[in-house]
Design a protein around this ligand. Structure first.
Ligand code: SME
Length: 142
């Protein structure tokens, strides 16, 4: 079959579509809570491979969002001290938590090679994306 409807492949397609469609999205990926551990695990992504496949809660932008349950928009990563660099080309980042039945189960993480490209439009759009990803996951779990 040319299509694979596994959840991994559907989320992979979401990452590829976002990276291809939005010019200031240069790396797009999902991190999910790793079982009952206090850490995030990298899921499907589009862009350069990263060494940071496991991120402890509280560490970096992603780890902070796992704890805060809030969007985190970073216009300039060089101004952040609690930041995990994945690539030297990255200038900015946005992380939006993914809620499933009210619980923060993961996040979408986007890196940009442009400084200060993210607006409230990106936040609203990525919240919408995550709501739909949550529906995909929920349907899969049922
Ligand atoms: N920069 C992130 C780490 C993940 S990479 O961007 C793919 C952070 O500080 O949490």
């Amino acid at each position: 079959s040319t299509s694979d409807s596994s959840i991994e492949n559907r989320l992979q397609a979401v990452c590829e579509l976002l990276k291809t469609t939005v010019s200031h999205y240069d790396w797009v990926g999902f991190y999910f809570k790793n079982g009952n551990k206090e850490e995030l695990k990298l899921g499907p992504y589009s862009g350069a491979p990263t060494d940071h496949t496991i991120i402890p809660f509280g560490k970096g932008i992603c780890g902070q969002v796992a704890v805060s349950n809030q969007n985190f928009v970073v216009p300039d990563v060089s101004a952040q001290d609690n930041y995990i660099a994945c690539s030297l080309t990255v200038k900015s980042e946005i992380v939006v938590p993914l809620f499933l039945n009210g619980e923060n189960v993961g996040q979408i993480d986007i890196d940009s090679n442009t400084t200060d490209p993210f607006s409230e439009q990106d936040e609203r759009f990525l919240e919408f994306v995550n709501q739909n990803v949550a529906k995909i996951i929920d349907g899969y779990l049922e």
